[in-house]
Ligand binder design. Structure first.
Ligand code: UD1
Ligand code: CA
Length: 452
């Protein structure tokens, strides 16, 4: 099998981003721009070379992938010069696939097509036809065959009228590419070494440049500023939402749903407006998510109701559970089947058993709650002593009255009852009632003082 080398050009500064971050580290959906390109090419290439320049250390550190060959281009002398920097690391009898680090939505199938064409012809070029071709290199054809690419700044009036443009993405036999790159000069309007000049060289060399034309503008769209970044974000989200709906997910408004990561779902799930999903999220069957929820890295079972304005991260939610409105479920929360977590309840690193209820205004942290437990309004597990975290255990069938503080470490026994308003510092045995509440005093016919 022929080896494929990916060469990703990422040395440009991206001034128009107005950011301290290098352009290729700007975020689109769940990944950096460069991360998107890498995800596509790493599956196809035996080796990936990233040509970096501005902010290189930041890029390397952020991407943190030892399999990548990082190639420095200290001065940005043009796309041809950028590719030259990678060539010493590449064998002649391989295919070089040139990509841009700021063109994130390129499709694997298109790249595969280019690679196949390059195997047959030596050179394969990806182009696109645009309504407005301004700024791009134009594709010059004769008898429908690609002859050369003329950059905007070097083009005459007639050439400027051409709407087929160079995407910058190409696959070339590496030996040929080296020969052509050696012949580049900077006799052009920008005084740069243009990668695009290799096309004319290949044609003079008797090669037929294979042509792949994409009809998907977005897969070859580059990102230069935050307006374009937002446009691609919307495109990605819209396409993803369409795919989800085709697979059976009901989105009340696909324009008001964002998934930055991977969402999988069973049948008949419904997602209302302004929901953001991040990381890896799984829904069972027949689960509903109400408006304004943020859900990250969470496994949600079947027949679950996530009520409005809930924030859930790193949790497992059992079948039939109900969460919210206004609940905050934090990492390592495991909510059992048919359990209920109500409004203004925060749960962290805790297990809530089957059918248990924490309905109002509570904090449950570092706690194990058994099955069929009732936690009254305003109950707080005091898990932190200022230095260490401690565990609370509440066994099956216990009832904890409202406004109770459970000072951990503490265990509430099976079917035990805690009277409302208690501060519990000692373990409570099974089936006992415990309360720590000063006795109520009532003064007969007591008169309020009057103002003198
Ligand atoms: C380039 C193409 C043009 C094409 C357009 C598509 C050339 C000469 N022109 O033009 O035909 O239509 O892309 O967007 O190739 N880069 C480096 N080092 C450099 C110069 C550029 O790494 O010295 C990288 C940039 O970071 C960027 C990519 O190469 O990712 C393209 O560079 P850019 O300056 O945007 O090229 P254009 O002039 O737009
Ligand atoms: Ca560009």
């Amino acid at each position: 099998m022929i080896q494929i080398h990916g060469i990703i050009l990422a040395a440009g500064k991206g001034t128009r981003m107005n950011s301290s971050k290098p352009k290729v580290l700007q975020i689109l959906s769940d990944k950096t721009l460069l991360g998107h390109v890498l995800t596509q090419v790493q599956k196809l290439c035996s080796k990936v070379h990233v040509v970096y320049g501005f902010g290189g250390d930041q890029v390397r550190k952020h991407i943190n992938d030892d399999s990548i060959n990082w190639v420095e281009q200290a001065n940005q002398l043009g796309t041809g010069h950028a590719v030259q920097q990678a060539m010493p690391h590449i064998d002649d009898d391989s295919i070089s696939l040139v990509l841009y680090g700021d063109v994130p939505l390129i499709e694997k199938s298109t790249l595969n097509n280019l690679i196949t064409q390059a195997q047959h012809n030596g050179v394969a070029l990806l182009s696109v036809v645009l309504d407005n071709p301004v700024g791009y290199g134009r594709i010059i054809r004769q008898n429908n065959q690609i002859q050369s690419i003329i950059e905007q700044k070097d083009a005459n009036k007639e050439q400027l009228a051409i709407c087929e443009v160079n995407t910058g993405i190409m696959a070339v036999n590496s030996g040929l590419l080296k020969t052509y790159l050696d012949g580049l000069d900077s006799n052009n309007a920008q005084g740069e070494l243009y990668l695009t000049d290799i096309i004319e060289m290949a044609v003079s060399d008797g090669k037929t440049v294979a042509s792949v034309i994409t009809d998907n503008e977005f897969e070859v769209a580059g990102v230069n500023d935050k307006v374009q970044l937002a446009e691609l974000e919307r495109t990605l989200q819209q396409n993803q939402a369409t795919r989800f709906m085709q697979q059976g997910l009901m989105l009340k408004d696909p324009a008001r749903f964002d998934c930055r990561g991977n969402l999988s779902f069973g049948q008949d799930c419904e997602v209302d407006v302004n929901v953001v999903v991040e990381g890896k999220v799984t829904l069972g069957d027949n689960t509903t998510i109400a408006p304004n929820c943020v859900i990250k890295n969470t496994i949600i079972g079947s027949n679950v109701s996530i009520l409005p304005n809930s924030v859930i991260e790193g949790a497992i939610i059992g079948d039939g559970a109900s969460i919210g409105p206004f609940a905050r479920i934090r990492p390592e929360a495991n909510i059992g089947e048919n359990a209920k977590i109500g409004n203004f309840v925060e749960v962290k690193k805790s297990t809530i058993g089957k059918g248990s209820k924490v309905s109002h205004l509570s904090y449950v942290g570092d706690t194990t709650i058994g099955d069929d437990v009732n936690i009254g309004a305003g109950v707080i597990t005091c898990n932190y002593d200022g230095a260490n975290k401690h565990q609370t255990t509440i066994k099956d069938g216990a009832f904890v009255g409202s406004d109770t503080q459970l000072i951990a470490p503490v265990t509430i026994g099976k079917n035990a009852t805690i009277g409302a308003g208690s501060t519990i510092t000692k373990d409570v045995p099974d089936s006992h009632l415990s309360l720590s509440r000063s006795r109520q005093t009532t003064l007969k016919n007591w008169e309020r003082p009057t103002k003198k």
